[in-house]
Ligand binder design. Structure first.
Ligand SMILES: [Zn+2]
Length: 65
């Protein structure tokens, strides 16, 4: 049984950057980032995005801090 891909919230452990990676068709990023676009840190935290996170990211392209 296929598992529906979940949107994920990705945040940098070094700076306060964060963003949403959503599955294709509802994409904010084209691919999950492997490093922070802001500071270049490769230690990113991934966790499931909440519905609120997804909605906010659609309007603003980023999350409230
Ligand atoms: Zn960073």
């Amino acid at each position: 049984m296929p598992i529906k891909p979940m949107a994920r919230k990705i945040s940098c452990t070094q700076c306060r950057w964060s963003g949403i990676y959503a599955p294709p068709g509802d994409a904010v990023f084209e691919a999950p980032p492997t490093q922070c676009p802001k500071c270049g840190c490769e230690q990113l935290k991934h966790k499931p995005a909440s519905k609120v996170d997804e909605l906010v990211s659609k309007f603003t392209g980023q999350l409230p801090s």
